[in-house]
Write a protein that binds this ligand. Structure first.
Ligand code: GAP
Length: 493
């Protein structure tokens, strides 16, 4: 099913994934706060990316650089001169628009042919009464627009106590540049051989003129970027190394998104046309996702050539080369850059996981998160919260499992409702402690020491001994199939 953005925004707020920033003060435009479940989901996403692309690969290392960098970094990278959007301002209401965006929005018109009546006319269309096209401000309909002026998207601030030109600093608009300026430090300290990559996940800031669509485009966001350096003189399988590795990274990134749940039919590759390529890029391919707003960029994978290292060498006066032992010469490596956004990936995983279905005549909303992404792995639910021993046993299980995973205890509703709540936040497994588990001491009945595990997706249940739970969840949460559990333990209803 295709979920709408409104449905996701409402679910995110209701269930503690994402809140509008500073909401009690009316909200901060395009800034969002991750709530208790959102932060778990986001941390899981970043951890999996780090595990799969850094920790498990012999050719990768990571860094964590500061957000404030030397201003020359942005001169060298081209951001000071090129990271701009042409903007126009309304002379009357002072609103600012991206020049290429003014005619993509409905416009306000005071029509002379109808005694100056006010109309809102669909984007790009003329007035149906007088035939006029938009020339004034689309919002107020009165003010003239200025000629386009370049507006830099970097947030400017000042380092130190004096607000003067010499102390200007910028919040980084991408994490990438720290990998280039630390190239020599990392190369020497880790004694690396080409090809190798440096990864970083962290915050970036862009004063986007048209942010929006929830967490899709915001002014403060997180990126997960890799700069993968290759020797441009090398060939791999008969192809230039940079071109070979570019295609390898495209395939690896696609496989990663599929592995954690994005469906094939919602993913596609989009090759940038020559007119669209960034100033540094030889070739760029986007992985697009079918978001609720339509097909849009999920991440980009660019072949940045030797542009960045050469620019930083030029501006810093430091040599940023690699000594090719075989050829006995210094080379400037080429770089392939898989650049993704944490928030945008999180939105894609949320949208893809969302499902509504009918179960015994009732609507069930379920987030079918991959177990490794799910914010809560296991919910422990006592069947009767008035039976002290049931509650005690349930807490004991929670405490034991919580040493390894995010596990919650909930006794605030009847079992049916507790299951629905966990489905709605994507918890893959629930454990129910009942009378059978603990027995009835007054009647002299011993408990069986077993609990019911419920699988979110199939809604099947199996009866499992308490002391087998850590082993069972270890298997299930590291990729094991529910069918294996179902075949080992008796089913229950
Ligand atoms: N270093 C290259 C670079 O930053 P980019 O295409 O501008 O390339 C990479 O950004 C990714 O960062 C995008 O594909 C997107 O996922 C994410 N991203 C960029 N701008 C964003 C914004 N304003 N809000 C949320 N995510 C953003």
């Amino acid at each position: 099913m295709t979920v709408t953005m409104d449905t996701l925004v409402s679910l995110c707020k209701r269930r503690g994934f994402v809140f509008q920033s500073s909401e009690i003060y009316g909200g901060t435009g395009s800034c969002y706060d991750y709530g208790p479940l959102g932060v778990e989901l986001k941390n899981n996403l970043k951890r999996l990316w780090w595990r799969d692309f850094v920790q498990s690969r012999p050719d990768m290392v990571g860094i964590d650089a500061s957000i404030l960098m030397h201003p020359s970094v942005w001169k060298a990278s081209g951001h000071l001169d090129n990271f701009t959007d042409p903007m126009v301002d309304c002379r009357e209401c002072k609103l600012r628009f991206r020049a290429d965006d003014v005619d993509t929005r409905p416009w306000t018109h005071y029509c002379a042919a109808t005694k100056g009546n006010r109309f809102t006319i669909p984007a790009g269309e003329p007035c149906s009464h007088c035939g006029a096209r938009r020339t004034l401000c689309p919002d107020c309909g009165k003010g003239e627009l200025t000629a386009p002026r370049q507006f830099n998207l970097m947030f400017k601030t000042f380092m130190g106590p004096v607000e003067e030109e010499a102390s200007v600093a910028y919040l980084r608009p991408e994490t990438a540049q720290a990998m280039f300026v630390n190239f020599e430090n990392v190369l020497q300290s880790m004694r690396l051989k080409l090809p190798f990559g440096i990864a970083q996940a962290g915050r970036s800031f862009r004063n986007e003129i048209t942010p929006g669509n929830f967490i899709f485009r915001t002014r403060e966001f997180e990126q997960m970027e890799i700069e993968y350096f290759v020797n441009p003189r090398d060939t791999v399988e008969g192809r230039p190394a940079d071109e070979y590795w570019h295609d390898r990274w495209i395939a690896d990134c696609m496989a990663w998104f599929r592995r954690y749940g994005l469906r094939e039919e919602n993913l596609r590759l989009r090759e940038h046309g020559q007119d669209e390529l960034s100033h540094y890029s030889k070739r760029t391919v986007d992985i697009d996702y079918r978001f609720p707003i339509g097909w849009s960029e999920l991440m980009g994978i660019a072949n940045r050539t030797d542009f960045d290292l050469k620019q930083h060498a030029k501006f810093s006066g430091k040599s940023l080369t690699y000594f090719d032992e075989e050829r006995k010469e210094h080379v400037v490596p080429y770089v392939v850059e898989p650049a993704s956004g944490v928030d945008r990936a999180l939105l894609a995983f949320l949208a893809d996981a969302y499902a509504e279905e009918e179960v015994r005549g009732e609507k069930r909303v379920v987030l079918r998160f991959h177990p490794e992404l799910a914010p809560v792995k296991v919910a422990i639910l006592p069947l009767l919260k008035k039976r002290e021993e049931i509650v005690k046993t349930a807490h004991g299980i929670r405490d034991a499992l919580a040493k390894q995973w995010r596990v919650v205890y909930d006794d605030t509703a009847a079992i049916g409702r507790l299951y629905r709540r966990q489905d709605e936040v994507g918890t893959p497994y629930c454990v129910t402690v009942d009378v059978q588990t603990i027995g009835d001491s007054e009647k002299g009945e011993a408990g069986d020491g077993k609990v019911t595990i419920r699988d979110r997706d199939s809604m099947e249940q199996a009866r499992v001994p308490i002391d087998a739970l850590p082993g069972v969840f270890h298997d299930l949460l590291s990729g094991g199939a529910w069918a294996q559990v179902a075949s080992r333990y008796p089913a229950t209803t």
